[in-house]
Design a binder for this molecule. Structure first.
Ligand code: ATP
Ligand code: MG
Length: 419
């Protein structure tokens, strides 16, 4: 039996980088006042269709959707924002606090063509802020991402930012874009000609070479912003500049989801061969209302966890396995019984203790202790049991001390915590 295409196991041998990233992310989220939220993996299909947008790649062709036994249409979540908005509205999370900041980590599902850094089950680290329209929140999120990547030792990253405007200025831009697209209609792909009428902004995001070529000279959203959006975007740019965040304004960055307004960004890297985004985010001031909640400005980002780990694998060696504190070499049945109880007691006391019940020889067990990178070995042979004292050996200094059986846990604790 094998995993299905685009799905994979993440094995203990690979997990330490994942943990390193997640621990640091959680540390930063805590420092910035974000609370963890956990959402279901399965939602009603309508939630994603209504939020992400019917004409987006995700909804058109990437979702895992199926009919439940009662006929409900369900979808494995392709992203987190829609579900977090649903939770925000469902539980009236706005009622208790005017500003809410959430984070989550977990798997997402999109049926795309698998390749390096692209899977059908992949993981995201996600952050969302509800209730503030100030540009400083946009900066905070971009800065937080920047800090996280910097602390993880990543280099060669570029932040691309853009402003997509708001319902005030978007229609004017859309008209200018439509005029432009009409003239080049014959050069656009079939999907784009179809999208043109329903959601022309999406055409800017088309990855097809001929479309990209036809789009050269297309109007830019930033040239059509209303004064409020322009001020907002200016604050984002000047603040990021002051904070030393490397960024460039990318006029064709529209992001693949319909709900974005104002600031949108992507952190890109070339480390995985083709240029790919390791994180993306944006403001979605209209979405909560659109989904039936109160009019609430909101903004968030998602980090591609798999891609981030793959970049880190190239940059940094896998963090070393911390190894066991203590390995008990138990020789014979009586010693094994002692070793079993002792190792449970030590585990309880928070000491990482390992032993081996396969009845191996002293030599084999010492080898195993080495392999497990144990700092100490406790030798329990028949002689030691007869003497009612076991031998504790420091594997680095080779020093040995004899410890009386009835003082084992406190003595071992004292020695191990001392070092
Ligand atoms: P891309 O342009 O690479 O398809 P996207 O715009 O579809 O990315 P988002 O929806 O913004 O991606 O998700 C945020 C991040 O999640 C991306 O920047 C990327 O790192 C990661 N991601 C998206 N799809 C996948 C996937 N299929 N496998 C692994 N990571 C992914
Ligand atoms: Mg995509």
């Amino acid at each position: 039996m094998q995993t299905i295409r685009g799905f994979r196991d993440i094995l203990p041998e690979q997990i330490r980088l994942w943990q390193k990233v997640e621990n640091l992310a959680v540390e930063l989220f805590n420092a910035y006042g974000y609370q963890e939220i956990r959402i279901p993996i399965l939602e009603k299909t309508g939630l994603f269709a209504r939020s992400i947008g019917e004409t987006t790649d995700i909804v058109e062709k990437e979702m895992y959707t199926f009919d439940d036994r009662n006929g409900d249409k369900l979808t494995l979540r392709p992203e987190a924002t829609a579900s977090i908005c649903r939770a925000y509205i469902q539980h009236k999370l706005y009622a208790t606090e005017p500003v809410r900041k959430f984070y989550m980590t977990g798997p997402m599902f999109r049926r795309e063509r698998p390749q390096k850094g692209r899977y059908r089950q992949f993981y995201q680290i996600d952050a969302e802020v509800f209730g503030v329209d100030s540009a400083y929140v946009d900066c905070e999120l971009i800065f937080l991402l920047h800090q996280l990547f910097k602390r993880l030792g990543l280099t060669g990253l570029t932040a691309q930012i853009n402003s997509l405007g708001c319902p005030e200025c978007r229609p004017k831009f859309t008209r200018a874009l439509l005029d432009f697209l009409e003239e080049r209609k014959q050069d656009l792909c079939e999907i784009c000609t179809r999208r043109m009428t329903r959601n022309p902004l999406r055409v800017l995001d088309c990855k097809i070479q001929t479309c990209q070529a036809a789009l050269i000279g297309a109007p830019a959203t930033v040239d059509h912003l209303c004064p409020a959006c322009e001020d907002h975007f200016n604050i984002v740019k000047t603040t990021l500049e002051k904070q030393g965040v490397d960024f460039s304004v990318n006029n064709s960055l529209v992001r693949g989801l319909d709900y974005y307004t104002r600031t949108a960004w992507e952190i890109q890297t070339t480390s995985l061969g083709a240029q790919s985004a390791v994180a993306g985010g944006g403001r979605y001031d209209g979405l909560v209302k659109q989904l039936g909640g109160p009019d609430t400005p909101a903004i968030g980002f998602a980090i591609g966890f798999d891609r981030l780990v793959e970049i880190m694998e190239q940059l940094t060696p896998m963090p070393a396995d911390p190894g066991a504190d203590l390995f008990i070499v138990a020789l014979g049945d009586a010693a094994m019984e002692t070793a079993y109880h002792l190792s449970c007691d030590l585990n309880q006391a928070g000491i990482k203790t390992d032993t081996d019940f396969r009845g191996k020889s002293l030599k084999a067990l010492m080898k195993r202790a080495d392999k497990l990178n144990a700092r100490y070995v406790l030798i329990a042979g028949q002689t030691e049991l007869n003497d009612n004292a076991l031998i504790l050996r420091n594997m680095k200094t080779k020093e040995q001390v004899s410890i009386s059986m009835d003082r084992l846990v406190p003595e071992i604790e004292a020695v191990l915590k001392h070092k």
